[in-house]
Design a protein around this ligand. Structure first.
Ligand code: ARG
Length: 463
């Protein structure tokens, strides 16, 4: 079959080599962006008198027909046309005749593919941000219901101090807030038009790059044609922002996996997000949380892959750059899928507040309360720490907790301890009294919730 670039060649590639070099199996995901880019380009060619306006109109018409067919899933791609750009150009010519060949005037696949990638990511980053917002909203919703749900806070995965469950959930809200901001910030570097850079050097035709940029909704144009066709930083940034976001999701996934185990038993995931075992009838596995934890691997892998691909690449376009796509597409799908599932998982989970409450009564996470209490009574904190440490050891040897000790037993270790210690040692009281700004005290958590809700509300309709 005749190639679009076949003039200089005397021999066709073998089919398997052709298949190896082709990108159509995956870059067909850019079909709508490619058509959109071509429409803007050919309108500009007509407007500038580079081609007759009747030809421009014919081509626009042909491209719109192809769009209809693409929407109906009627386009049939072929490997011998290599990629989405050449496939569409061929179909266009079949559709409207040789005049279709004028579309590529003053353009190259190098600026064309870069334009497609910018258009695609601009859309997908906004969708990703929407889903981050949804997950944040789900976290806020659960937090609203659990301000006064007391549960163990951990350091080193050891019980540390009791906290409000809402406080723990909201920590993820703020993590995701930073992710959202990073994606938002990256938009300004995606929202730039490379179109008109042509192969690398610009073109001799009197094109209007600002016109095409405006048609495509880009805020600006690349200042340098060589940079325009070689830049894949925006893809790296997307993969990097996605890597960090999915790393955050993997942390929350890990918590859900732990919390839903018999050992913790703090939450039960809705059946939709779990599966059973083919052999052990009693099992309910947190599959979706595990899968999201696992998917962080591939996203981080694509980031490493992309950086490695462009490392050492001389300007300008090199075929290596065709490797920018699969990782980007897969990351888009992985991120959107993971965020969507997570929002549902958070919304529908059952919080076992009674188990949480019981568990904070069965540990020493109120030991700091006693040490602070003694320190407030003038005992140097280091000494107070030592006194309480010994008491804890006594309790462990006796098989009880601090609240099981009598006032006399407590006073035996320090005479300054009074009756009010029993209120102080109550886990709920311990949480309530942590009223420092951003702390887990109920008043603080309520304030934090308000701030989180305000962030979400300000964002409505922002994008
Ligand atoms: N399929 C190619 C890619 O995705 C399109 C650009 C090809 N340009 C070229 N000069 N061969 O990178």
């Amino acid at each position: 079959m005749k190639k679009a670039w076949g003039g200089r060649f005397s021999k066709s590639p073998e089919q398997w080599i052709e298949e190896f070099g082709a990108s159509i199996s995956f870059d067909q995901e850019l079909v709508f962006e490619d058509i959109e880019g071509s429409i803007a380009h050919v309108k500009m060619l007509g407007k500038m008198g580079i081609i007759p306006s009747e030809d421009s109109e014919k081509i626009v018409h042909g491209l719109l027909n192809l769009k209809e067919k693409a929407l109906a899933g009627e386009l049939e791609y072929s490997v011998s046309e290599e990629d989405i750009h050449l496939n569409l150009e061929k179909m266009l010519t079949e559709e409207i005749g040789p005049v279709g060949g004028k579309l590529h005037t003053g353009r190259s696949r190098n600026d064309q593919v870069a334009t497609d990638m910018h258009l695609y990511l601009k859309k997908q980053v906004l969708v990703t941000m929407e889903h981050i917002k949804e997950l944040q909203a789900a976290l806020v919703e659960q937090a609203e219901k659990n301000v006064e749900t007391v549960f163990p806070g951990y350091t080193h995965l050891q019980r540390a101090q009791p906290v409000s469950f809402a406080h723990h959930l909201l920590a993820y809200f703020w993590m995701l807030e930073r992710d959202y901001e990073r994606f938002q910030e990256s938009l300004k570097r995606i929202d730039i038009s490379p179109l008109g850079a042509s192969a690398l050097a610009g073109t001799t035709f009197p094109i209007d790059r600002h016109f095409t940029a405006e048609q495509l909704g880009f805020s600006s144009v690349y200042e340098n044609s060589m940079d325009a066709v070689s830049d894949r930083d925006f893809v790296v940034e997307f993969l990097s922002n996605s890597s960090l976001t999915i790393t955050h999701l993997s942390r929350l996934a890990e918590e859900f996996i732990l919390w839903s185990s018999k050992e913790f038993d703090f939450i039960e995931l809705d059946d939709t997000y779990a599966t059973g075992s083919s052999i052990m009838p009693q099992k309910k596995n947190p599959d979706m949380a595990e899968l999201i934890r696992g998917k962080s691997g591939r996203v981080i892998g694509y980031l490493m892959g992309m950086l490695t691909t462009i490392k050492g690449l001389p300007l300008t376009y090199n075929k290596d750059m065709q490797e920018d796509k699969e990782g980007m597409f897969d990351t888009v799908h992985t991120m959107i899928g993971s965020l969507k599932i997570f929002a549902g998982m958070v919304r529908t989970m059952t919080v076992k507040s009674d188990v949480m409450e019981t568990s904070v009564h069965q540990d020493f996470s109120n030991a700091t309360e006693l040490a602070d209490y003694l320190a407030a009574k003038g005992i140097p904190f280091r000494e107070a720490h030592e006194i309480v440490g010994k008491l804890v050891l006594n309790c462990i040897q006796k098989g009880c907790y601090l609240l099981d000790l009598s006032l006399e037993e407590l006073q035996a270790s320090c005479a300054k301890i009074e009756e009010d210690i029993f209120t102080i040692l109550s886990p709920r009281e311990a949480v309530k009294r942590r009223n420092s700004y951003g702390g887990t005290g109920f008043t603080q958590v309520r304030q934090q919730l308000k701030n989180a809700q305000a962030k979400l509300k300000n964002r409505l309709g922002q994008n």
